[in-house]
Unconditional design. Structure first.
Length: 165
């Protein structure tokens, strides 16, 4: 109750790296709330306090960082799915939202003037491939700061998404 609502400043890409075997109920529930139901799924959130708490709760299962516009465009083009199984295109965006094209939507999305829900039928989860040449030398059981794949990685998330898209 005493927390202030702070306006978000960054969009964060969150990728699920590990499964839920031997995880507690609360971590499984957190992953469901983030819509990360399978390994190698990605979702884009903002950096509100509530989301940061969820990320800290599931930090041994996730990796996350700030996404840039170029990587977000690649993610939408290669991995953006619409209901019915189609790909996301400029024509679809123009027909099913108030935006003229994908670049207009990306600019509005990253400045918090738009949300994924503004494009009717766009799925909020991006299904990625496993990363080409693996995550890191130390694997998926160590934190990123120790050479592994888990936890906060800052702008380096863009390189990982490029390896997975």
């Amino acid at each position: 109750m005493g927390q202030e609502t702070i306006n978000p400043t960054n969009r964060i890409a969150v990728i699920r790296v590990r499964g839920t075997v031997d995880r507690s109920y609360s971590i499984k529930k957190t992953l469901n709330l983030l819509r990360l139901n399978r390994t190698n799924h990605c979702t884009i959130i903002d950096d509100r306090v509530t989301f940061k708490g969820m990320l800290q709760k599931a930090k041994d299962t996730l990796t996350w960082g700030e996404i840039d516009s170029e990587t977000f465009k690649t993610l939408l083009l290669k991995r953006g799915q619409v209901e019915g199984g189609g790909r996301l295109t400029d024509e679809y965006i123009k027909a099913n939202s108030k935006f003229k094209n994908m670049d207009d939507f990306i600019k509005s999305f990253l400045t918090f003037k738009a949300d994924i829900k503004d494009i009717k039928g766009l799925k909020p989860v991006f299904r990625l491939h496993p990363p080409r040449k693996g995550y890191n030398i130390r694997g998926v059981k160590k934190p990123y700061t120790l050479g592994g794949a888990l936890g906060y990685r800052g702008k380096e998330i863009n390189k990982l998404i490029d390896k997975m898209a």
